[in-house]
Write a protein that binds this ligand. Structure first.
Ligand code: UDX
Ligand code: ADP
Length: 438
C-alpha cells in the first residue's frame, strides 16, 4: 500500500490539536489544516501571540504556518479536501443528566462527527475509497463505533468511513519534545481489510519521523481504553506518593528520600513519584472519572471504587495543604497577606485547568486571607525563578514569624531556615510548631 500523500485536516485547535498538527506539518511536509469553530482561537493561531504556550511551539509554527500548515474556521472546506481527519475537540466531564460529574460529555465530539458527514459531499477527498477519521480526543470506550454510526448514516451513498483511535500521550509543557520523540504512537482500528488499510495509512504519516517499532497497532477498543488507563495509572502513582507524604510528616521521614529509594527499583521506576499539592490539569481527573463511570456502567462496583479512591486522595491532599497553612499560622490567616507563587497546574504552562492552586487559594480566601497570586505564565524557567528570588530581602519585609509553604519542595529549605524563615514542605518532617485546628 502506498504511503498517504493527501491533505490532512484536524477539527479542534486546542492544546492537543494545535501542537500535534504543527509537528505533523513540520515532519511530513503534507498540507495540514487545523479548523475550529472558535474564531478568536483561530485568529490567535494566525497571529504572533499563539493561544497556548509550549516551549518550542512558536518555532515549529513559524517554520510551517502559511506554507503547509493552515488555521481556519472553514470546517467544511478542510474536511472536504482531506482524506484523513483528526478529531481533537474537547470532551469535558458531563455536568448534567446521566453520568453527571463522571461521564464524558460528547456534545462537541458528536458536533464534529456531524460536520464531517455534512462536508463529505460527492467528489470530496478519499483514500482508497474511504475517509479516515482519527479520534485524538480522549473518549469513552466504544465511541468509535458510535462515531461510525453517525458518519455512515448521514453521508452520501457509496462513501465509507474508517474510524481509528489514535490517542495523544503528550504532556503539557513538554508537548514539542513528546511529539518529536514519542514513546509510542498507538493506532487502533477495525481488523477488517479496510480497517487495516486505514491503520497503515495513518502509520505511514507518523513513519516520516517515528521509528516503525514505536508505532503500535491494536483494535479500536484497546486503543481507547489504553489512553484512560495510562492516565489513571500515572495519577494513581501521584496519589500514592501524596498519601505517603502525610505519613512522612507524621513519622519524621522525608518523602523525597522514600521516593528515590523506591524509584530505583526497575519495577517501580523513578517518574511520577514527586509529591505535591495534588495533581491538576485537564486530563487526570476527567479520565479517571470516565474510567469509573465505565466500570459502574459494567456493574463493576469494586473496580470503580478502587479508581475513585485516587481522586478522593487527590482532593484530600489539596484540602490538607490548605489546612496545613491555616494550622501553622496559629489557626488564623484572617487579614494576613499571603503571596502565591505559581498558579498553573504545573511548570512551563499557562494552563490553569483543575490547578490545585485554585482550591488552595479558595481555602485561604474562605479564611479571609489577602491573597496575591503571581505566575510568570510563559517563561521557560519559571520554577527556577522562584528558586532565585531574593529571599533575604523578602524576609526583611515580612511580618514575623515569616512562613513559607513549599508545596512542590523546590526551594533550598536549609538556606531559607538559616535566613530565619519557618519553612514547611509537603512530606517533610514537621519543622514548625503546629497548633492543631478543628
Ligand atoms: C498528562 C500525562 O502525563 C500525559 O501522558 C497525558 O497525555 C495527558 O495527561 P499533563 O496533564 O499535561 O499530562 O501533565 P503531567 O506532567 O502528567 O502532570 C499532571 C499533574 O500531576 C500536574 O498537576 C503535576 O504537577 C502533577 N504531578 C506530576 C505530580 O504531582 N507529581 C509527579 O510526580 C508528576
Ligand atoms: P484539548 O485540551 O483536548 O486540546 P481544548 O479545549 O484545548 O481541548 O480544544 C478543543 C477545541 O475544539 C476548542 O478550541 C473548541 O472550540 C474546538 N471544537 C469543539 N467542538 C468543535 C466542532 N464541532 N468543530 C470545530 N471545533 C470544535
Amino acid at each position: 500500500q502506498p504511503p498517504y500523500t493527501g491533505k490532512i485536516c484536524c477539527i479542534g485547535a486546542g492544546y492537543v490539536g494545535g501542537p500535534t498538527m504543527a509537528m505533523v506539518a513540520l515532519k511530513t511536509g503534507l498540507t495540514v489544516t487545523v479548523v475550529d469553530l472558535n474564531k478568536q482561537r483561530i485568529d490567535a493561531w494566525n497571529s504572533d501571540r499563539l493561544p497556548i504556550y509550549e516551549p518550542g511551539l512558536e518555532e515549529v509554527v513559524k517554520q510551517t504556518r502559511g506554507k503547509n500548515l493552515f488555521f481556519s474556521t472553514d470546517v467544511e472546506a478542510a474536511v472536504r479536501d482531506a482524506a484523513i481527519i483528526f478529531v481533537s475537540v474537547n470532551t469535558p466531564t458531563k455536568e448534567y443528566g446521566f453520568g453527571k460529574g463522571r461521564a464524558a460529555d460528547l456534545t462537541y465530539w458528536e458536533g464534529a462527527a456531524r460536520s464531517i458527514s455534512k462536508a463529505t459531499v460527492p467528489g470530496s477527498a478519499l483514500f482508497q475509497g474511504f475517509k479516515i477519521v482519527v479520534e485524538k480526543s480522549t473518549v469513552p470506550v466504544s465511541t468509535a463505533d458510535a462515531m461510525t454510526c453517525v458518519l455512515q448514516e448521514n453521508c452520501p451513498a457509496g462513501v465509507h468511513f474508517q474510524v481509528l483511535s489514535n490517542p495523544e500521550f503528550l504532556a503539557e509543557g513538554t508537548a514539542i519534545a513528546d511529539l518529536t520523540q514519542p514513546d509510542r504512537v498507538l493506532i487502533g482500528g477495525s481488523m477488517s481489510k479496510e480497517g487495516i488499510m486505514a491503520i497503515e495509512a495513518l502509520a505511514s504519516v507518523y513513519a516520516h519521523w517515528v521509528p516503525r517499532e514505536r508505532i503500535v497497532k491494536s483494535n479500536v477498543w484497546s486503543a481507547e481504553l489504553s489512553k484512560l488507563v495510562a492516565n489513571a495509572f500515572l495519577a494513581q502513582r501521584i496519589s500514592s506518593v501524596n498519601a505517603l507524604s502525610e505519613l512522612c510528616e507524621a513519622t519524621g521521614a522525608d518523602i523525597d528520600h522514600v521516593a528515590s529509594a523506591i524509584g530505583s527499583d526497575p519495577g517501580i521506576g523513578p517518574k511520577f513519584l514527586k509529591c505535591g499539592p495534588g495533581f491538576g490539569g485537564s486530563c487526570f481527573q476527567k479520565d479517571i472519572l470516565n474510567l469509573v463511570y465505565l466500570c459502574q456502567s459494567a456493574g463493576l462496583t469494586d473496580v470503580a471504587e478502587y479508581w475513585l479512591q485516587v481522586i478522593r486522595m487527590n482532593d484530600h491532599q489539596k484540602r490538607r495543604f490548605g489546612k496545613l497553612i491555616v494550622d501553622t499560622m496559629f489557626n488564623t490567616i484572617n487579614d494576613k497577606k499571603i503571596a502565591v507563587l505559581g498558579f498553573a497546574f504545573k511548570a512551563d504552562t499557562g494552563d490553569t485547568r483543575e490547578s490545585p492552586a485554585i482550591d488552595i487559594c479558595g481555602t485561604m480566601l474562605n479564611e479571609n486571607a489577602k491573597v496575591t497570586v503571581f505566575d510568570p505564565e510563559v517563561t521557560e524557567d519559571q520554577v527556577l525563578q522562584f528558586r532565585d528570588l531574593d529571599y533575604r530581602r523578602i524576609f526583611d519585609t515580612m511580618c514575623k514569624p515569616a512562613f513559607i509553604f513549599d508545596g512542590r519542595n523546590i526551594l533550598d529549605h536549609d538556606q531559607l531556615q538559616s535566613i530565619g524563615f519557618r519553612i514547611q514542605g509537603l512530606g517533610k518532617p514537621k519543622t514548625l510548631e503546629i497548633v492543631s485546628g478543628s
